[in-house]
Design a protein around this ligand. Structure first.
Ligand code: BGC
Length: 436
C-alpha cells in the first residue's frame, strides 16, 4: 500500500531504468556445438532431454523480440556463442557474425537496448580441448575473440558483460562436477580457472575500452543467500561462512582488491591488474539455501544444501532443490557489493515455476526490494528477468521452467503465463510512478 512520500517502499524507479529479460546463447539458439553439446552427447543431462532447436533463436529470435517488445521491456540480455564465431582456432565465421548483427539490429529497431554477454558457460570444443580456462593461453585467446567481436558489433552495442557467473563456472565444473568438465573436489584447479577468468576479464575490459571508450563493461556475479542449516551448530555456522565467502566473494574480491582467488591468495599471489576493472556490478540472484554438514553425503563433499519444506520455493531440480524464494536476498546481494561504489544492474532474477504458482508473488516482492534499494540511495539502473520464455536449463534440460512464456520445445508454441501480464503491468506502471 502507498503510505505517502515518507514510505521507503514507495520509491519511484528513475527515468531510463532498464526493464529487461535475460537469456544465453546455448539455452535459446539451438544447434550450438560446444562442450555442453558434447556433455549432452555423453548422456550427462539429468533429465535426458536434448537441446535440439532450443527456442530456435538462430532462425527466429526476432519473434521473441516481438514478445519482449509487447511486454514493454527496454533492454534484453543475450550472449554470443564463441563456438559459432570462431569454430576453429583463428578461423572467424562471418555468417555467424552477420546473424548476430541482424539480432542486435532487430533489438535496436524495437527500441530494446542489447546487453551482450561474451561468455555464458560455453566454450568451443577446440578451446575446451586445450584445457579451457585452466590453460594460461586462455587469457590471450579470449581477449582476441573479444577484440574481433567488438570490432564487428561495437557499432550496435556498448553494454558488455565479460563473463557470466565465473564463480558458478569454476565451482560447478571443477569442484562439484555438475558442469563440464565434471571434475570433483579440485580446489586448486578451480582456483587456477578463477585466476585465468579474472585475467581474461581484465584484459577484455581494457580491450573493449580501447575500442569503445564509453563502453559499459562488467561481469555477472551469482549470489546465493546462505544461512546455517542448524543455527546452534558451530560447524554449520562455520561451513556457511566458509562457503558464503568462497562462493559469493570469489572473483568479485579480485576485481575489488587485486587479491588472487583463494587459496592462491594464501601463497601471496596478487592480481593487481584485475583491480578496478568494472563499470558496473551485475548481480544474478535467485535464492537462499541452508548449508550444513552431512556426514552421509560424500558425493557432495559432506556438505549439504537444503530448503526447509515450509519455505516458498519454485520447482525442485531433479537431484537437488533449486532454493528458497527469498526476495530479501536481493538487498543482501546489493549490500555485499556496495564497496565497489558502482551502478548496479540485476542481470538475472527469476524462479523455476512451471505452473506460475509463486512467480507473480516473487516478481512483486522483488520489485518492492528494488524500491527499498533505490530509497536507500543504491544506484540501481536495471532489472533483467530470467527469462522471457522457458529455455534449456543446462543439466536440468526442459525440467525447470523459468519463462514468463511457457514454451513447447516440440511445436515451438509459446503461451504467456500470468506473470507475463504482470511484468508488463509492473513495467508500465513503474513508468507512471507505480505505487502498487
Ligand atoms: C545462469 C543461467 C541459468 C539460470 C537459472 C543462472 O545461474 O546464468 O544460465 O539458466 O541461472 O538457473
Amino acid at each position: 500500500m502507498d503510505k505517502g512520500p515518507g514510505d521507503k517502499s514507495n520509491h519511484h524507479f528513475p527515468p531510463g531504468f532498464l526493464w529487461g529479460v535475460a537469456t544465453s546463447a546455448h539455452q535459446v539458439e539451438g544447434g550450438c556445438i560446444n562442450q555442453w553439446s558434447a556433455w549432452e552427447e555423453k548422456g550427462r543431462i539429468k533429465s535426458g532431454d536434448r537441446v535440439g532447436l532450443a527456442c530456435d533463436w538462430w532462425h527466429s529470435a526476432e519473434k521473441d523480440f516481438d514478445l519482449a517488445q509487447q511486454l514493454g521491456v527496454n533492454a534484453l540480455r543475450l550472449s554470443l556463442e564463441w563456438s559459432r564465431i570462431e569454430p576453429e582456432e583463428g578461423r572467424w565465421d562471418s555468417a555467424a557474425v552477420a546473424r548476430y548483427r541482424a539480432m542486435l539490429q532487430a533489438l535496436r529497431a524495437r527500441r530494446i537496448r542489447p546487453f551482450v554477454t561474451l561468455h555464458h558457460f560455453t566454450n568451443p570444443l577446440w578451446f575446451e580441448d586445450q584445457g579451457a580456462f585452466r590453460s594460461a593461453r586462455s587469457v590471450q585467446l579470449f581477449e582476441r575473440f573479444t577484440r574481433y567481436v567488438v570490432d564487428e558489433l561495437g557499432d550496435l552495442c556498448s553494454d558488455w558483460t565479460t563473463f557470466n557467473e565465473p564463480n558458478v563456472y569454476a565451482a560447478l565444473g571443477y569442484f562439484l562436477g555438475e558442469f563440464p568438465p565434471g571434475r570433483k573436489g579440485r580446489f586448486l584447479q578451480a582456483a587456477q580457472v578463477t585466476r585465468n577468468l579474472c585475467l581474461a576479464h581484465a584484459a577484455t575490459y581494457r580491450t573493449i575500452h580501447s575500442l569503445q571508450p564509453d563502453a559499459n563493461v562488467g561481469w555477472a556475479q551469482h549470489f546465493v543467500a546462505f544461512k546455517p542449516r542448524r543455527r546452534k551448530s558451530a560447524i554449520d555456522r562455520w561451513l556457511t561462512a566458509f562457503v558464503d565467502r568462497r562462493f559469493n566473494d570469489n572473483f568479485a574480491e579480485s576485481v575489488l582488491s587485486g587479491r588472487a582467488p583463494f587459496p592462491l591468495s594464501k601463497f601471496g599471489v596478487r592480481l593487481d591488474e584485475v583491480k578496478d576493472t568494472c563499470d558496473y556490478i551485475g548481480i544474478n540472484y535467485y535464492s537462499r539455501l541452508r548449508a550444513g554438514l552431512a556426514l552421509s553425503s560424500p558425493r557432495t563433499m559432506f556438505f549439504q544444501l537444503t530448503v526447509p519444506p515450509h519455505k516458498p520455493q519454485g520447482d525442485s531440480g531433479i537431484e537437488i532443490p533449486y532454493g528458497e524464494a527469498y526476495p530479501k536476498g536481493l538487498r543482501r546481494a546489493a549490500k555485499r557489493f556496495a564497496a565497489f561504489n558502482k551502478p548496479v544492474y540485476i542481470l538475472e532474477n527469476g524462479v523455476p515455476d512451471r505452473e506460475d504458482r509463486i512467480r507473480p508473488w516473487l516478481l512483486k516482492a522483488e520489485v518492492k526490494q528494488m524500491r527499498k534499494l533505490l530509497a536507500a540511495g543504491v544506484d540501481l539502473r536495471g532489472y533483467f528477468h530470467w527469462s522471457l520464455t522457458d529455455n534449456f536449463e543446462w543439466n536440468e534440460g526442459w525440467h525447470l521452467r523459468f519463462g514468463l512464456y511457457e514454451l513447447n520445445p516440440a511445436t515451438q508454441l509459446r503461451i504467456p503465463r500470468p506473470s507475463a501480464q504482470l511484468y508488463a503491468q509492473i513495467i508500465r506502471e513503474s513508468r507512471n510512478g507505480w505505487s502498487g
